[in-house]
Design a protein around this ligand. Sequence first.
Ligand code: 5GP
Length: 125
Amino acid sequence: MAVSGIGKYDPNNIFAKILRGEIPCKKVIENDWALAFHDIAPKAPVHVLVIPKGPYVSFADFSQRASDKEIAGFFKTAGDVARMFDLDAPGYRMIGNVGPDSGQEVPHFHVHILGGRPLGPMLVE
Ligand code: 5GP
């Protein structure tokens, strides 16, 4: 079910459990600001999720409350993920679902890095 883009952070959401090591993940990168790991149900040959270490419900929340260092560290990590998979030249898609209209399911801010094949139109009409 889609979640609200703002509101109180639920420390028991699945990505919080992954951050605490309570649930395993296939880790790609971890640093002070972010954790990147493979999506459990990949929609493309490369499908990596990048999440901030801090407790932010969505981009709406992250963009208001996170520090400049957290924001810079997070987005640099997303770029590093794409480079790790040699996606800069062929291109890729970075998606962030925010709130109910987007269908965001996990209430911890994340972006999807998708690539490895032509991805087709941005939205299905
Ligand atoms: P959203 O719809 O919130 O933007 O995307 C949530 C993503 O998290 C989905 O692509 C889904 O496959 C992925 N996901 C949900 N649960 C898990 C999990 O336990 N492990 C991993 N690696 N990915 C998950």
